[in-house]
Write a protein that binds this ligand. Structure first.
Ligand code: PLP
Length: 386
């Protein structure tokens, strides 16, 4: 198998797995239990919190562990909306956010909040002027992602956070796709709240965190125990959190060299595909992107068919559209960038990772050339018959 869908999930690093094992076998206590066996689990969670805080450049007390990036996004948006309801009920976000943010905004609209969805340029970058113009006296939160999951395009979050702060508005960024891929300490982005998730950086599924800058008003959205400073009730995923910390430490060890390696491989892929296949467009090509992601639109064919065609050859990529998540609509991200529904439908996302090698790229280019030619032939025969 050639796995080129690292933005969907990554394999658990062997060292991460090994760090987790004792917490399934010998040290499986509940961190809230009062006896020594429980205290050992608590100590492991707190050590992990410190290691992650060191990696991200924040205080351990500023991290709230959750079960997923999705939950972390929900907590940021709902928690701020609820905490600041008496101050205002307007939220600003972008048209290209992950559904964890967009669907939460829709749900908040149903609860009486007003949400402005700021557009992006044709390269997929949030329009700073539009965002500035959308801020109102009753705006309580701006939420704009750091790197987009479909195109890899990096958003100017430092600038946007500063803009929001000048108007006294809190700023959240979803850094699920940038954490561990860019040599930036997330706390330096200037955001009040930052979401990140372990399984996108060679950690386990089911562990994630929300960074909450000290003093940021945030209401709890789960009821139950007093875990996570009373913000997120529920027994902590001890093994997952330990693995998360190991993954963060490993990610920062070689973020620059790995970034350079992946960028070279991504460029090789894009050069190879554009010279082997006609009618290809690279989405977000001239914008700043995380080094591992390529969004490719092919004229006259369906991205879903390309994904299935490559799957038969043992190559895993995904569509740029939300089809893969069970939604038949063309990608809202690509549509927001001005692609027609047809072009958006003809898009695949290729996302590289630690195990990706040159030969995987070259095999994929050959497979794409053959698959696209075959699909175009079928669609032209079909077109002629109609
Ligand atoms: N935000 C972004 C940008 C993502 O890419 C994803 C997952 O693809 C999520 C949030 C959700 O993260 P999780 O899978 O941990 O719920």
């Amino acid at each position: 198998m050639i796995y080129l869908d690292h933005n969907a999930t990554t394999p658990v690093d062997r060292r991460v797995f090994e760090a987790m094992v004792p917490f399934f076998q010998e040290r499986w206590g509940n961190p809230s239990s009062p006896y020594r066996f429980g205290n050992q689990a608590r100590a492991a969670v707190e050590l992990a919190r410190k290691r992650i805080a060191d990696g991200f450049g924040c205080k351990p007390t500023e991290l709230v562990f959750c079960s997923s990036g999705t939950e972390s996004d929900n907590l940021a948006l709902r928690g701020v909306a609820r905490a600041l309801r008496s101050k205002g009920n307007h939220i600003v976000t972008s048209a290209i956010e992950h559904h964890a943010v967009l669907h939460t905004c829709k749900a908040l609209e149903g609860e009486g909040f007003q949400v402005t969805y700021v557009p992006v340029t044709s390269d997929g970058v949030v329009d700073v002027e539009s965002l500035a113009g959308s801020l109102r006296n009753d705006t309580v939160l701006v939420s704009v992602m750091h790197a987009n999951n479909e195109t890899g395009v990096v958003q100017p979050v430092e600038e946007l956070a500063a803009l929001a702060h000048r108007r006294g508005v809190l700023f959240h960024t979803d850094a699920v796709q940038s954490a561990g891929k860019l040599p930036r300490r997330l706390a330096d982005l200037g955001a009040d709240l930052v979401t990140f998730s372990a399984h996108k950086l060679y950690g386990p599924k089911g562990a994630a965190a929300l960074y909450v800058r000290e003093g940021t008003p945030l209401a709890s959205v789960t009821t139950g125990g007093a875990q996570e400073h009373g913000i997120r009730a529920g027994t902590e995923n001890v093994a997952g959190i330990v693995g998360f910390a190991e993954a963060v430490a490993l990610a920062f060890e070689k973020v620059e060299s790995e970034g350079g390696r992946l960028r070279a491989l991504r460029d090789r892929l894009e050069r190879g595909v554009t010279s082997a296949v006609r009618g290809v467009r690279i989405n977000g090509a001239t914008a700043l992107r995380v080094p591992n992601t390529s969004s490719l639109s092919f004229e006259d064919i369906d991205g879903e068919s390309i994904v299935l065609g490559l799957d038969v050859q043992g190559i895993c990529v995904s569509t740029g559209s939300a089809c893969s998540t069970g939604e038949p609509e063309p990608s809202h991200v690509l549509r927001a960038m001005g692609l027609s529904p047809r072009d958006a439908q003809g898009t695949i996302r290729v996302s590289l990772g630690h195990e990706t090698r040159e030969e995987h790229i070259d095999t994929t280019v050959r497979a794409l050339k053959e698959t696209v030619a075959r699909l175009r032939k079928i669609s032209s025969v079909r077109g002629a018959a109609e």
